[in-house]
Design a protein around this ligand. Structure first.
Ligand code: NAD
Ligand code: WQD
Length: 337
């Protein structure tokens, strides 16, 4: 039976992936410093799977923790979710992001090398494309991140491309996520941001449950059909399944892949609001304000390579994304607290 180290495994995408790994009969060791997640997630994972992941509370930058972990558990692969992801904060505090996301990743990779764990899946992001002048991004679209967070993701991608050259035995998947949303169908696991949500879906959910009075729609003068921004939202369960597909695909003959994980079908802010209202039966009050700095009008994935190479494609549409987000929010008005 395989054992996989999941860094950031108590976080939003990590927790959903851990459930799918455990359900697939894979042992899981979670390493998370809980800087953006709650330990209560573990109990939810156990409720959903009747299995227990091993949990190590610690930091990917802490070499001693990593050494102990790799001594204690014989890991076959690593799925590396741990990272900071707030674009605005990354601009205000770039060193925090380079330290956590880049130095932390380097420390993790060094310790993997020491113990010959050479299979890795890395959480990259559509942010690595920046503002390339096209709206449909394929994996060969030029990479030019426009914020520090995106730079950290591109730097880790570059580090892994170099590592692969120097250590051909490494098997690496770089997965570029578009806009993950939704929650586990059970309503027991979902996104639980600390403080004010930066992202659209958790903000709408909190308006629907009454935690916040209204949504601010960032701009309605974009060159899009209804003037609001268009994004490629992808259900977190589809995204988690993409990791299992990547894990199955990697092997000596398929040892380095870079794949977009999106649906290829973008939705506008107003369309998301409408779909959420339908799912929840609630009205979402909103006010249109000016555009948010750094936002693009529109972008979405070309998901065809994922289908060809991994046999994976997203199955769940916007109505299901909203229904599952709402079920999670309704059952857990204060998140995991
Ligand atoms: P999240 O914040 O919910 O999960 C990240 C987890 O990593 C958290 O549990 C946090 O406590 C942990 N962590 C952070 N730094 C750590 C460190 N130094 N040591 C140990 N643990 C640490 O975020 P998420 O949405 O689940 O994202 C997971 C990964 O996917 C991140 O790398 C993120 O950059 C990437 N990603 C996310 C999105 C998105 O919109 N959610 C999109 C593209 C890529
Ligand atoms: C979606 C749309 C906003 C909030 C970010 C990161 C990206 C990736 C995913 C990690 C946009 C609009 C939003 C609100 C709004 N993360 N909006 N009111 O900006 O596409 O991507 O998360 O890798 O790197 O940049 O996602 O959910 O913030 O915004 O009108 O309160 O909703 O303008 O059009 P974004 P988002």
């Amino acid at each position: 039976m395989k054992t996989i180290l999941v860094t950031g495994g108590t976080g939003y995408i990590g927790s959903h992936t851990v459930v799918q790994l455990l359900n697939a009969g894979i042992n899981v060791v979670i390493l998370d410093n809980l800087c953006n997640s709650n330990k209560a997630v573990i109990q939810r994972i156990e409720n959903l799977t009747n299995k227990s992941p091993y949990f190590v509370e610690g930091d990917i930058r802490d070499r001693t923790t990593l050494r102990h972990l790799f001594e204690q558990y014989s890991c076959d692969a690593v799925i590396h979710f741990a990272g900071l992801k707030a674009v605005g904060e990354s601009e205000e505090n770039p060193l925090k992001y380079f330290d956590n996301n880049v130095s932390g990743s380097v420390t993790l990779f060094e310790e993997m090398l020491r113990v010959n764990v050479n299979t890795l899946i890395f959480s990259s992001s559509a942010t690595v494309y920046g503002n390339p002048g096209v709206v449909c991004y394929s994996e060969s679209t030029p990479l030019q991140p426009i914020n520090v967070y995106g730079q950290t993701k591109l730097m880790v991608e570059d580090i892994l491309r170099s590592l692969k050259k120097s250590k051909p035995d490494f098997q690496i998947a770089l997965l570029r996520y578009f806009n993950p949303v939704g929650a586990h169908e059970s309503g027991q696991m979902g996104e639980d941001p600390f403080g004010t949500p930066n992202n659209l879906m958790p903000f709408i959910s909190q308006v629907a449950i009454g935690t916040r009075p209204q949504l601010m729609v960032y701009g309605n003068n974009y060159p899009t059909p209804d003037g609001t921004g268009l994004r490629d939202y992808i259900h977190v369960e589809d995204l988690a399944a993409g990791h299992l597909a990547a894990l199955n695909h990697l092997g000596p003959d398929n040892s380095f892949i870079t794949v977009n994980l999106g649906t290829g079908r973008p939705y506008s802010v107003l369309e998301v609001i409408k779909s959420f209202e339908k799912a929840s039966g609630k009205t979402i009050p909103y006010e249109v304000v000016g555009p948010r700095s750094g936002d693009l009008a529109e972008y979405y994935a070309d998901p065809s390579f994922a289908k060809t190479v991994l046999g994976w494609e997203a199955k769940l549409g916007i109505d299901r994304m909203c229904a599952d987000s709402w079920r999670w929010q309704k059952n857990n008005p204060k998140g995991y607290l």
